[in-house]
Write a protein that binds this ligand. Structure first.
Ligand SMILES: *Cc1c(COP(=O)(O)O)cnc(C)c1O
Length: 390
């Protein structure tokens, strides 16, 4: 598939491996292994010249279609599919780290990403320095001594804090660090971290890429050089994506832009309509002029500001729970990026493991809720939210 096709076309055709049966839809090669006509053929396959599939922990044709499509769409040299987003984050970080190394990241991260950096990596002698991701002075200070990896999300989960990707990448490179960006909240449609200076991009494909609540998955996008480290790590530790799930994700990619752009349109409408609602203390959406980092978000995202909105409901946990319990259309769920609108109370779900002080530092209060806007009619969603808030 030629790289000259436009993005919408790549999402539908890139990476296709059509079999001798000339199928229209991508085939699901649900197989763990592959057979050889002769022992000599097996021997040469294992010499690993890349021309044959030998075992699905290493490579599988359906998974490879998903990887090739993602690489071309993101503009990366390599893509590696994984069984979940966390497997992608963990492999992307660990593949290049060793004892004595140092990682710098913001406090405001998806809970499991924070756990890897703060709890797992230090057990193997990797030092973690955490900063306020929106404060360049803290990044500058943390990166005034050598570092090996810088990791961040922008917008970050769940309060939609923006990290200045270009400037942090510049500081990170000057400190000798590899820049890994978790681009889930922005989606590959609205933000291309590689163009902003990142070296590695990771996705939980469970979110917008599947986008229909069916499958877990993840993907790591990087250079050929970093791929040389990631490939053996994945091969030998085995967080492989199932061919069936790869097929679901391929189907998801076909409609990714359409879905994300409609979700963004809905989210922008809801954010503007709810911003000054009397039951809401403060609403966070990077697309609103009131977001303190709106200009920065606009300088690194194109086409929109995502489908996630956070807001603090007046009256704390009790009022937030009451509002959630009154919703008829929006479902209470911690997933995001789905066709269905989903809402969650971070303090008691996704960020329950944090102490109250840790939650306060990243802006999560007792009345904070995070809304993932879906594909329903925007007026229906607004009616449901308004009646729940009243
Ligand atoms: C969901 C999510 C992950 C983890 O992905 P899984 O597919 O659930 O393992 C990582 N980072 C962010 C920002 C996420 O939203």
């Amino acid at each position: 598939m030629s790289e000259r096709w436009a993005n919408e076309t790549l999402l539908i055709h890139a990476g296709r491996l059509r079999s001798q049966f000339d199928e229209t839809s991508e085939a699901i090669w649900m197989t763990s292994g592959y057979v050889y006509k002769t022992a000599e053929e097996a021997e040469s396959a294992f010499a690993n010249d890349g021309s044959r599939f030998v075992y699905s922990r290493y490579r599988n044709p359906t998974v490879e279609m998903f990887e090739r499509r993602m690489a071309l769409y993101e503009g990366a040299e390599r893509a590696f599919a994984t069984a979940s987003g966390m497997a992608a984050v963990y492999a992307a970080l660990v593949a290049g780290l060793k004892s004595g190394d140092r990682v710098v990241a913001p406090h405001a991260l998806f809970g499991s990403c924070l756990y890897i950096i703060k709890d797992i990596l230090p057990r193997f002698g990797v030092e973690a320095t955490l900063v306020d991701g929106s404060d360049l002075a803290q990044w500058r200070e943390a990166l005034s001594r050598p570092a090996n990896v810088v990791f961040f999300e922008t917008p970050a989960n769940p309060m939609l804090e923006i990290v200045d990707a270009r400037e942090v990448a510049r500081l990170a490179h000057a400190a000798g660090a590899l820049v890994v960006v978790d681009n889930v909240f922005a989606t590959p449609v609205l933000q291309k971290p590689l163009e902003l200076g990142a070296d590695v991009v990771v996705y939980s494909a469970t979110k917008h890429i599947d986008g229909q609540g069916r499958s877990l998955g993840g993907v790591i996008l990087c250079s050929n050089a970093y791929g040389e480290k990631v490939a053996p790590f994945l091969r030998h530790t085995g967080p492989s994506l199932s061919p069936f799930n790869a097929w679901l994700l391929l189907k998801g990619l076909e409609t990714l832009e359409l879905r994300v752009m409609r979700q963004v349109e809905n989210a922008a409408k809801l954010a503007a309509a709810l911003e000054n609602h009397s039951a809401i203390e403060k609403l966070f959406y990077p697309g609103l002029k009131s977001h303190p980092q709106h200009a920065l978000a606009a300088s690194q995202m194109t086409g929109g500001f995502g489908n996630l909105i956070a807001f603090n409901i007046k009256g704390g946990k009790q009022a937030a729970f009451a509002a959630l319990n009154r919703l008829e259309l929006v479902a209470i769920s911690n997933n995001l990026g789905d066709a269905k609108s989903l809402i969650t109370h971070p303090a008691t779900t996704t960020h329950q493991r944090l102490t109250e002080a840790e939650r306060a530092r990243v802006g999560i209060g007792p009345g904070t809720v995070r809304l993932s806007v879906g594909l329903e009619n925007a007026d229906d969603l607004l009616r449901d939210l308004e009646s729940a808030l009243t």
